[in-house]
Design a protein around this ligand. Sequence first.
Ligand SMILES: Nc1ccn([C@@H]2O[C@H](COP(=O)(O)OP(=O)(O)OP(=O)(O)O)[C@@H](O)[C@H]2O)c(=O)n1
Ligand SMILES: C[C@](O)(CO)[C@H](O)COP(=O)(O)O
Length: 226
Amino acid sequence: MNSVVIVSAGKGSRMKADINKQFLKIRGKEVIAHTIDKFYKNKNIGEIIIVIREDEEEFFQKNIINKYGYRNIKVALGGKERQDSVYNGLKQIDKKCKIVLIHDGARPFVTNEIIEKSIICAKEYNSAIVGVPVKDTIKIVNKNNEVCDTPNRSTLWSIQTPQVFDYSLIIKAHEKAKHDKYYGTDDSMLMEHLGHNVKVVEGSYNNIKITTPEDLKIAEEILREN
Ligand SMILES: Nc1ccn([C@@H]2O[C@H](COP(=O)(O)OP(=O)(O)OP(=O)(O)O)[C@@H](O)[C@H]2O)c(=O)n1
Ligand SMILES: C[C@](O)(CO)[C@H](O)COP(=O)(O)O
């Protein structure tokens, strides 16, 4: 069985809104509901776990689960860092799970095609992450704003979610990270820390993470075009 952990227990501080960004609306529907729909309607997904902040659990139940009538969605509580929230979600997964997808609640434009090709890749390589080649030139800059280096752009990818893994391996990777007090900014860094190869699957430039107020405007446009 394939399970998905959708992490939605962040603070959304860069959005500077009165409510958590997951509950802001794009074209009348909450960001998190757009994201859930993508997995809820996908025939390859057997189980959905949403990770929510404890102080937002009641609001989530009433305004998302009850409002849209979602069934069989498990809820886990968030942790201090994204990585802690992912681990809490992974612990709720059914024993029958072989492949787990980890996805940001704040990335509502994931597609069926991306979900399907990342699962196929994870079945072959145990570890698959979605990304797109960078379009800009990237500079490494020091604290005085001086350029230190310009990495070769043809080797640079911007990494998104879903990130998809063999379930027992990602649990092992989290346990090693916990033991070593190692924190990564994405899930695959834990697999790299475990010494495992990670394969990249080409995603979409529309699969943005809603992070700042500008992203909400871009999101409205993406939805209008699709
Ligand atoms: N402790 C945390 C931190 C983040 N996330 C989730 O991880 C995803 C990516 O994180 P990000 O966009 O950085 O969200 P926030 O941490 O909420 O944003 P900010 O850094 O602006 O506060 C989001 O769906 C967020 O809800 C989480 O579940 N638990
Ligand atoms: C996992 C991620 O979405 C990949 O781009 C990203 O690293 C999350 O980072 P954030 O610091 O929580 O925004």
